[in-house]
Ligand binder design. Structure first.
Ligand code: FES
Length: 290
């Protein structure tokens, strides 16, 4: 069976050239995506790559493969032993398949498909952004960190009256993106004497001060409403309520776990400081447990 092209060798060269240009288009798309090039460059390179590769494969089938219609009389399905041996010799020993007669085109087409597949993975890889590293579990609170308000002023033990509340940040981080996000906490004064919110937290609430993460454990809204009479922090998004006198355990709403508590101490000069980081990762997330 003969290919339909009048000059198969020349046609094969043209098709090979077209597919090589297609591969160049795919690689160009990968480069353009990597360097965040203009959208029209992304579209042009990807479009050209897909179009030329597709055109090359289609032309291969149209001009270099035998053309039908093919008619064959019905005969015994099983060939004679001689015919089977001849067939095996043609396929195995001489690589006599139709595809095998075009090793250059087959190689280029395979390489083109592989390049196309690899380049298509670029958007996924490059768009994932930087690794989160430990930012999902760690904040900037650590032993000795001063609690400061939004202006950077350290909180003194005499600053809040009983029932008072203020949003606090780790000193030096009040103006940073992270400080305004995962570090932000609420400091509440519940009494003038030490407060124990849970067993094992005997030293966490000096002079009646308690501090909790401000990120709601439901969907991360800032929990900034304080109901002083009930000693409840209220999330404005879905009305979860956290009992600040009992480790901020939620007693209403969809929040699945308590607000993480920040252990505190008062230093020799009367400033309120962190005894360590939060007792749990802040906000909602994979660590969520009921
Ligand atoms: S985000 Fe706080 S209750 Fe939903």
């Amino acid at each position: 069976m003969q290919p339909s092209a009048r000059n198969p060798e020349r046609t094969e060269r043209y098709i090979a050239l077209i597919m090589v240009l297609g591969i160049a288009g795919c690689i160009g798309f990968g480069w353009a995506y990597w360097v965040n090039a203009e959208p029209w460059i992304l579209g042009a390179t990807l479009g050209a790559g897909a179009l030329l590769l597709g055109f090359g494969v289609t032309a291969w089938g149209k001009y270099l493969m035998p053309r039908g219609p093919f008619v064959e009389e019905r005969h015994d399905l099983r060939g004679t032993d001689v015919e089977r041996e001849r067939f095996a010799a043609a396929v195995v020993q001489r690589g006599g398949g139709i595809l095998g007669r075009r090793p250059v085109l087959a190689g280029i087409a395979g390489f083109g498909m592989a390049a196309f597949g690899v380049v298509l993975a670029f958007p996924l890889i490059r768009s994932l952004g930087p690794l989160p590293k430990k930012t999902l579990t760690e904040t900037d609170w650590k032993y000795g960190t001063y609690l400061v308000d939004s202006t950077g002023r350290p909180i003194h033990v005499d600053d809040l009256a009983v029932g008072g509340i203020v949003t606090v940040f780790p000193k030096g981080y009040q103006d940073t993106e992270k400080g305004q996000a995962v570090d932000q906490s609420v400091l509440i004064r519940l009494s003038t004497t030490p407060v124990i919110t849970q067993p094992g937290r005997e030293k966490w609430g000096p002079a009646g001060y308690v501090a909790y993460s401000k990120l709601c454990t439901h969907l991360g809204c800032p929990v900034g409403l304080y109901e002083q009479q009930l000693e409840q922090l209220v999330c404005p998004c879905h009305q979860s309520m956290f009992n600040v006198n009992n480790g901020a355990v939620p007693n209403f709403g969809p929040a699945p776990r308590p607000l993480p508590q920040l252990p505190l101490f008062v230093d020799g000069r009367g400033y309120v400081r962190a005894r360590s980081g939060f007792n749990q990762p802040v906000g909602p997330g994979y660590w969520e447990r009921s």
